[in-house]
Design a protein around this ligand. Structure first.
Ligand code: FAD
Length: 398
């Protein structure tokens, strides 16, 4: 999507040159604006041009899209080794609200091998219909097969909105599909709503290093697409009295379409790093002082049957792999209990764990910001407090 200057209309006022946040506009000999390759098409110059001389090149191209042909809110129901991932249910819960506000149906997209029984979970979570594509080629996630299946569904049935989880697979699949159906995608959203003026989905996500929350609209293309972080929304209570329409769609994938071959599955993530699904997380930060001390975190997590998290400071120091990082640039978690041990409570860390039901903080600094969000606080040295807690929880478990 490019931005261009209509030379005949440009009055060489220089307003766009001064406004461009990327320094991407210079002037020609006649002082008229010239957009360079540094342009990100952010549109700041369009807003500031007093004579409307700057336009998006694609405006003419999109004029032909009949947006009224696009209906319904779709949610991609992600599977992992034959199991339904919670993020699909979380998005069905939130998608329900969008669908009701838009007066449209909520539909699930279920792709896999023998996954039909999962459809009833989608209906129970609020779906009115489920598009089902089944076949052995979908037994494991493959970028080619799943991209073809989703693209075909969108081109055939034309949804207005398509939500995916911002998981490894969702982050791979979403942009591939968006590109093929020529729409935009807002990645890693932390909030969804309806823009009152336009009725479009308002996609909210952190921007500029988390310093602002940007709300993004997709006015020109369909479907409106976005990925949403797991655990941002709560799973709805299932209502198994609900049912819906099951729409079976034949797979269009041919063996030659799949360019990758799955040779083996090597699990790098054990229960201790499955943070998104964990009900209890014990996280350590720089206050653990050295990597060997993380054993105290692991022992408490083990005693509670929980997962191990880490602040970015601990990850950057190489004490834990990035798989364990909680926060704005790590994972968003929402356990029942979150232990923050030797973690100060920086805003970027809170961004990933503030939807936890109960937060327990251990910090030797009574003024640490983490205590502002903690339900229970222990002012003390983690080296002393953690072994005591572990011992007591082990006793309780018997
Ligand atoms: P510190 O801030 O150094 O805090 C250590 C705490 O341990 C202190 O409160 C101290 O009182 C306490 N302490 C020390 N010794 C002990 C002891 N023996 N017993 C008890 N308490 C003790 N951070 C994240 O966590 N996740 C992210 O995803 C993330 N993303 C970021 C993205 C951007 C763009 C930026 C700019 C920053 C990001 N950060 C992130 C970094 C964040 O700003 C903080 O620097 C980081 O969270 C600090 O980690 P910490 O709390 O472990 O360390």
């Amino acid at each position: 999507m490019a931005v261009k200057v209509t030379k005949e209309q440009c009055i060489a006022c220089g307003a766009c040159v001064n406004t461009c946040p990327f320094g991407a506009i210079t002037t020609e000999e006649d002082d008229k604006a010239l957009i360079t390759e540094a342009c990100t098409a952010c549109g700041a110059c369009i807003d500031v041009c007093p004579v409307g001389a700057i336009i998006r090149e694609e405006e003419a191209k999109t004029a032909g899209i009949d947006k009224s042909a696009y209906r319904d809110v779709w949610v991609y129901i992600e599977m992992n080794e034959g199991q339904l991932r919670n993020v699909g249910l979380e998005l069905l819960g939130e998608g329900r609200k969008l669908a009701e506000a838009m007066g449209q149906r909520l539909c699930g997209v279920l792709i896999g091998d023998n996954v039909e029984p999962v459809a009833k979970e989608a209906f129970a979570a609020g779906a009115d219909a489920v598009y089902l594509v089944e076949g052995p080629e979908y037994a494991h996630y493959s970028p080619d097969a799943f991209t073809i299946a989703c693209t075909d569904l969108i081109k055939t049935y034309k949804p207005s909105v398509f939500l995916l989880g911002a998981t490894n697979d969702g982050r791979d699949l979403g942009p591939r599909v968006a590109c093929r159906v020529e729409t935009g995608l807002t990645a890693d959203c932390t909030g969804l709503g309806i823009d009152e003026q336009t009725g479009l989905v308002a996609w909210t996500r952190p921007a500029f290093g988390g310093n602002i929350m940007a709300t993004i609209l997709c006015p020109e293309h369909r479907p409106q697409m976005g990925t949403v972080r797991p655990k941002v929304f709560k799973k709805p209570q299932p209502d198994y009295s609900r049912s819906g329409e099951l729409i079976r769609v034949a797979s269009k994938v041919r063996p030659t379409d799949i360019r990758t071959k799955l040779v083996d599955v090597i699990k790098v993530c054990t229960a201790s790093c499955n943070l998104e699904e964990a009900e209890i997380i014990v996280s350590g930060g720089r206050g653990m002082c050295k990597p060997e001390n993380f054993v105290l975190i692991e022992e408490l997590a083990d005693a509670l049957g929980g997962a191990v998290g880490a602040s970015r400071a601990a990850v950057d120091a190489g004490w834990k792999p990035a798989l364990h990082q909680v926060g704005q640039t790590g994972k968003t978690v929402g356990p029942k209990i979150y232990f923050a041990c030797g973690i100060s409570g920086a805003i970027q860390h809170l961004a990933g764990m503030s939807s936890s039901d109960i937060v327990i903080a251990i910090n030797k600094d009574a003024d640490a910001p983490i205590f502002k969000v903690a339900d229970y606080g222990i002012v003390g040295d983690v080296m002393e407090v953690l072994p005591i807690l572990t011992e007591e929880f082990r006793k309780l478990r018997g």
